[in-house]
Design a protein around this ligand. Structure first.
Ligand code: GDP
Length: 379
């Protein structure tokens, strides 16, 4: 009896172990079998043979991703040659006119009156014109006979004296641990934004890195324009919301310049009066706020040469509000009134540092008095 019970227990144990083993096997998931690799035309009987398509499979042509193509601005050195021809085309009215008058047989009062009128009509300004006439009168007396070459040399030195020998260097070199900061001011339409763009190119051509600040937040087009200029030479632009605080944009631009280790930050500003605050108050604020990160190195006033003496009036207003360190005289290619160069410096004591000679991207050049006067005289 005991043997029978033991036999039944052993049989039950075998059955239980077998059942558990079967259940655990059914629960284990096996990884799916890898699909059979079938090469076209090499299938076995059971597998379908993939046929080569009768025509090429259509491929979707993706549009090429546009790589920004950076322009290489013209080197600044080569610009002076072009500057001369642009100037002489419109400016020689002054130089040629004066040389013809000085070559008159007899230098009487009438001739000197005409010399003065020629100077005035070229926007040299009343005080400077009178001084130049006085000096020429004395020097021609001493000279006695007057050969064309002597007259040219005389007039050249007289005009150079009137323009003055002052420091015209642009402070655009990084110093200490921060970039040079340049504020560009002037009334609307004088060419501020264009000048910022051209100046960025000048600096890039000289191997510097530039950040542009679009602080003319009142004109969306100005920020767009600046962004286009910057994109062409790989400069960075800092802009704010339309109608936003221009001083905040200026501050952010300087901050970005510091963070990026840029060589120079150029800040374009608004040029028109707007609600509540006057333009000059706004500029003073922009300067003050931007200066929280360090002093401003240059305040460039952009003047349109075609506006003549009006430019001098504007310059006086700007100079009273922000400490203008240099003038950019634009559109000298479009006027015969180059005498404004003399007037601006004589009446304001601010050096002309750059001149604009056209709408082209590289039509901005450092002002060189010798080149300028030669262009006036040689036409
Ligand atoms: P902003 O309002 O002072 O910023 O003036 P813009 O930069 O928008 O320039 C006003 C117009 O003057 C644009 O059509 C420029 O292309 C043009 N301009 C700027 N500089 C010169 C220049 O040196 N010569 C000529 N002919 N046109 C210029």
């Amino acid at each position: 009896m005991l043997e029978l019970i033991l036999a039944i227990a052993a049989l039950a144990a075998v059955l239980v172990v077998g059942l558990v083993a079967t259940r655990s096997r059914s629960r284990r998931r096996l990884p799916p079998a890898p699909p059979r690799e079938v090469l076209p035309g090499v299938g076995d009987d059971a597998s379908p043979v993939l046929e080569a398509p009768s025509r090429p499979i259509d491929t979707v042509e993706l549009p090429p991703v546009a790589e920004p193509v950076l322009e290489v601005p013209e080197p600044t050195a080569g610009r002076l040659v072009r500057l001369r021809s642009r100037l002489s085309r419109s400016q020689n009215v002054l130089g040629r006119g004066l040389l013809t008058l000085l070559a008159s047989d007899k230098l009487d009062d009438d001739v000197w009156d005409e010399v003065e009128t020629t100077l005035l009509s070229a926007d040299v300004g009343v005080a400077a014109s009178a001084e130049i006439v006085e000096s020429l009168r004395n020097r021609t007396k001493v000279l006695g006979t007057r050969s064309p070459d002597e007259l040219r040399a005389l007039l050249r030195s007289e005009l150079l004296d009137a323009i003055g020998d002052v420091d015209r260097s642009l402070r655009t070199v990084r110093h200490g641990d921060r970039p040079a900061v340049v504020l560009v001011v002037g009334v609307n339409g004088t060419g501020k934004t264009t000048t910022c763009g051209k100046l960025a190119r000048v600096l890039v051509a000289d191997g510097r890195s530039v950040v542009l600040g679009a602080a003319d937040t009142f004109r969306a087009a100005a920020a767009d324009q600046l962004t286009t200029w910057a994109g062409r030479v790989g400069a960075e632009v800092v802009r704010g919301p339309e109608g936003g605080d221009p001083a905040a944009v200026a501050y952010d631009a300087v901050k970005t310049g510091v963070e990026r280790g840029a060589d120079a930050v150029l800040i374009d500003t608004a040029g028109r009066l707007h609600t509540k605050t006057g333009l000059m108050d706004e500029l003073t604020k922009i300067k003050r706020v931007a200066e929280k990160l360090g002093s401003i190195d240059e305040v460039l006033l952009v003047l349109d040469a075609t506006t003549g003496q009006n430019g001098v009036v504007q310059a006086k207003q700007f100079a009273a509000a922000v400490d203008v360190t240099g003038v950019v005289l634009t559109k000298l290619d479009g006027t015969a009134k180059g005498g404004i160069v003399v007037a601006v410096q004589r009446e304001l004591g601010i050096p002309v540092k750059l001149i604009g000679l056209g709408e082209g991207p590289d039509d901005l050049a450092p002002f060189d008095p010798g080149q300028f006067v030669d262009a006036l005289l040689d036409g």
